[in-house]
Write a protein that binds this ligand. Structure first.
Ligand SMILES: *Cc1c(COP(=O)(O)O)cnc(C)c1O
Length: 341
């Protein structure tokens, strides 16, 4: 099977497994695990933040960021299609008593002008606006990079108004490789940044949340509250460290593969690419109802040995990653041409 459902399906490579087997470990809840400390230090350094903390998932890093930035009865601004709002069970409401105010973007990207008037004035009737969250790259936006000038403008405005800023950078490494800008530059406008090692980087588990020393100390306390304290976590942290050392630059290959898929779709009669091009590793396309629903097409792809994800009633997502090679992508392109007319 050619599995393009997600870049989370990657299996650890032999080199990564070897690094995991040899990792020195401790108890990261009682005091420290040396490999986790290495990963946290390295991630903080790459992102240009004072500190970072390792957690089991990107959902947890995002939700703990919200929890630390805000108190119950406060509001954060985020894009309508973002992961925090759509794919985390509204945990910000369930776990932290927060309200989300959503701003519609184009493939996840919005402008400062859309939210300039959105800070609520102090009033007994209203929640307090506290935080702005952005997503880079944008998952439902087909892997679109949030342009750095726009991030900067939004974050500068937010800080001047006394708001905090958080970046859901689950796929920030893809943005780095696609733009050639450093992780540091892409992270600089934000008070906190979350990154995933379990996506395109190919590690089996884990995310880091980075920010100031003070922010990360609060996040560590909150991680225990949310059940995310892990003991000999060095075993999985070693997989993430290996990924940082060996599997960032190769994301360029995934981006080329996604462009090939996009090219096949641009020539199709019944499938319509979301956007005019693909910047990173996520391809989303609409299925014309005349050839069925997204689920119908996903089923037909499966028969051809290809796994994709129905993303809505009429749209399908494919994500390229390190376990799918060039010849397999070419087979997918041929199949798309066959099914899409
Ligand atoms: C995958 C993802 C996350 C975190 O997901 P987990 O499965 O909890 O690790 C957060 N944000 C975005 C944009 C994602 O794609």
């Amino acid at each position: 099977m050619i599995d393009l459902r997600s870049d989370t399906v990657t299996k650890p490579t032999p080199g990564m497994l070897d690094a995991m087997m040899r990792a020195p470990v401790g108890d990261d809840v009682i005091d420290i695990d040396p490999t986790v400390v290495d990963l946290q230090d390295k991630t903080a350094d790459l992102l240009g933040k004072e500190a970072a903390i390792f957690m089991p998932s990107g959902t947890m890093t995002n939700q703990i960021a919200l929890r630390v930035h805000c108190v119950p009865g406060e509001e954060f601004i985020c894009e309508t299609e973002c992961h925090i709002y759509n794919y985390e069970q509204g945990a910000f409401a369930q776990l932290s008593g927060l309200v989300a105010r959503t701003v519609p973007g184009v493939q996840g990207v919005f402008d400062l002008d859309q939210i300039r008037e959105w800070i609520r004035t102090e009033n007994d009737h209203t929640v307090r606006t506290r935080l702005v969250c952005l997503e880079n790259t944008h998952n439902r936006g087909a892997g679109k990079v949030f342009p750095i000038e726009k991030s900067r403008a939004i974050c500068d405005w937010a800080h001047a108004a006394g708001l905090n800023t958080h970046l859901d950078g689950a796929r920030l490494f893809n943005a780095q490789v696609a733009t050639g800008k450093s992780l540091r530059e892409l992270s600089e406008p934000f008070d906190s940044v979350s990154v995933c090692f379990s996506k395109g980087l190919g590690a089996p588990v884990g995310s880091c949340l980075a920010g100031s020393e003070e922010f990360v100390a609060k996040a560590r306390r909150c991680r225990k509250l949310f059940g995310g304290g892990m003991r000999q976590a060095g075993i999985i942290a070693a997989g993430a460290l290996y990924a940082l050392d060996h599997q960032i630059q190769r994301l360029a290959e995934d981006h080329q593969h996604a462009k090939l898929l996009a090219h096949a779709l641009l020539g199709s009669k019944h499938f319509q690419l979301l956007g005019t091009d693909v910047e990173t590793n996520i391809v989303i396309f609409k299925v014309d109802p005349s050839v069925g629903t997204a689920s119908d097409i996903v089923q037909k792809l499966r028969v051809e040995g290809i796994l994709a994800m129905a993303f809505s009633k009429q749209s399908i997502r494919m994500v390229t990653h390190l376990d799918v090679g060039r010849s397999e992508i070419e087979r997918v392109c041929d199949t798309l041409a066959k099914l899409g007319g």
